[in-house]
Each structure stands twice: as structure tokens, then as C-alpha cells.
Design a protein around this ligand. Structure first.
Ligand code: UGY
Ligand code: MN
Length: 248
């Protein structure tokens, strides 16, 4: 008799993970009230950053201080009010906020509104100022052809400035467009599929991916993507950038 086992597309390996919504289990976090929090990626799996998804319930809110961390908050769905270091903003789907270390924050949203948050320990750069709070919207950032490919476009949400040690980009692929080569690099990634679907190659394996799926790629995890649906595919992803490797 074959051994009984549950069914999921989730795979967790030492150098990458594909996490699918069927397996998500909520956590409660201090400072967040009436909100369901899924911790997608964290140092517990070997990453050097965290990726979280927040879904507000009725009168949902979240507040705290970033401390040694920097946060990148992206509005996945719905409106949201933010107060960052005393500055108030109204956010809509596609808005984003970069919150520097040592900054007070407060978010509130209507029931069902969703946020994606990347958190990383900020590594200062000698001689450079600590980046300030940024509030922006993806619609104001044009997609540039990736390595000359008009069908694979990258929106770079944070400034290309050495003072920043994280990048967050949205990559949009027309049907059949691909990453041009199998990338293998020191930077790690946290990724959420926003639209469409495709096949992700992680190390030597390939996996079908769809909206809501999460991928963690450790440094040097070979990676490649092809959009396989009839409509464009897009994903938002985090990347650590602009700092020399630590040599012990
Ligand atoms: O920025 C990147 O490394 C990006 N091209 N990687 C990816 O989409 N997996
Ligand atoms: Mn990459």
C-alpha cells in the first residue's frame, strides 16, 4: 500500500523555496491589530530578510518603530492610511513606502485590504546619508526593457543610489517572454507573483507558478523564468544590493 500524503505545490529546500497559498498559516505580531499576517520568508528558513503579507480585518491597524530594520511596504489591494515619522499619506493599490531604520510607523486599512512588506537590517554606507522615507506609486515608474527586451520590462521602485542597500522591482513579461539567461548571483530574492503565471526554474528544477505564489531564492541559486499564460505575467521582488560581501 502506498504511503498516504497531503497535496501541495509548496517545496522548501536549503537554497530556495516555493510557497503556495494553500499552505499559509497566519501569525500574530505585536503592534498589528485586527490583521492576518502571513510570514512568507524569514531568517528561520535561511534568508537574511523577511517578507510578510498583511490582510486587514475590520478596523485593522499596525504600528511600531522600524528600529535597526528598514521596511518596504507595497499595497497589494485596497486603500490604506499611513503615518510615517509623523508624515501622513493615503495609499492606494500599487502605492509603496520605503521606511528607514529608527522610524515610527502606523498603518490602517479597511477590511480585506492587503500589504506586502519586506524587512531587512539596514547596512549603512560610510560617508553616505541614511535614505529618507519615500512614498510612491508604481504607475509613476515606467517599465524599462530588460537587457533590450521590449517584452520583459522592469520597474525599479527605489532610487538607484548606493545609499540604499535594498532594491524592490516589478518585472512584467509578455506571454512567452523569458529571463534572458539563467541568473546565478550573490543577491538573494523574495518574490510574490502578482499577475499571470509561468514556469520558474530554481536550481535544477522547474515549477509552474501562479498569482499568490511566493519564492525565496538564496544567494547563488540559479534562476530563470518564462511567462506561459495568454496574458502578461508579473512579479514583485526584493533584492539586497550595493554592499561588499562580508568576509567573516
Ligand atoms: O534583478 C534580478 O536579479 C532579476 N532579474 N532576477 C529575477 O527576476 N529572478
Ligand atoms: Mn535575479
Amino acid at each position: 500500500m502506498s504511503k498516504p500524503s497531503g497535496s501541495t505545490r509548496t517545496v522548501v529546500k536549503s537554497r530556495y523555496a516555493l510557497l503556495t497559498p494553500d499552505g499559509f498559516v497566519p501569525s500574530r505580531l505585536p503592534g498589528w491589530e485586527n490583521a492576518t499576517i502571513i510570514i512568507h520568508i524569514s531568517p528561520a528558513m535561511g534568508a537574511k530578510f523577511s517578507q510578510l503579507q498583511v490582510t486587514f480585518g475590520k478596523n485593522g491597524s499596525g504600528e511600531g518603530k522600524t528600529g535597526a530594520l528598514e521596511y518596504f511596504v507595497y499595497v497589494l489591494e485596497g486603500g490604506c492610511s499611513a503615518k510615517i515619522g509623523g508624515q501622513k499619506s493615503n495609499l492606494t493599490t500599487g502605492s509603496f513606502v520605503f521606511i528607514p531604520p529608527g522610524t515610527d510607523f502606523h498603518f490602517s486599512g479597511a477590511e480585506g485590504n492587503r500589504l506586502l512588506i519586506f524587512q531587512k537590517k539596514f547596512e549603512p554606507l560610510a560617508g553616505a546619508k541614511v535614505p529618507r522615507t519615500i512614498v510612491g506609486h508604481e504607475r509613476d515608474i515606467s517599465g524599462q526593457p530588460f537587457l533590450g527586451n521590449q517584452d520583459a520590462r522592469l520597474q525599479v521602485l527605489l532610487p538607484d543610489d548606493l545609499a540604499f542597500d535594498m532594491a524592490v522591482n516589478i518585472f512584467t513579461y509578455q506571454p512567452r517572454a523569458t529571463l534572458p539567461f539563467v541568473e546565478t548571483h550573490i543577491m538573494e530574492h523574495g518574490l510574490l507573483m502578482l499577475k499571470g503565471g509561468g514556469i520558474y526554474q530554481l536550481d535544477t528544477e522547474t515549477y509552474p507558478v501562479q498569482v499568490g505564489d511566493v519564492i525565496w531564492m538564496a544567494p547563488y541559486c540559479p534562476q530563470w523564468f518564462i511567462a506561459t499564460g495568454k496574458t502578461p505575467a508579473s512579479y514583485i521582488y526584493y533584492k539586497d544590493v550595493n554592499r561588499a560581501p562580508s568576509c567573516g
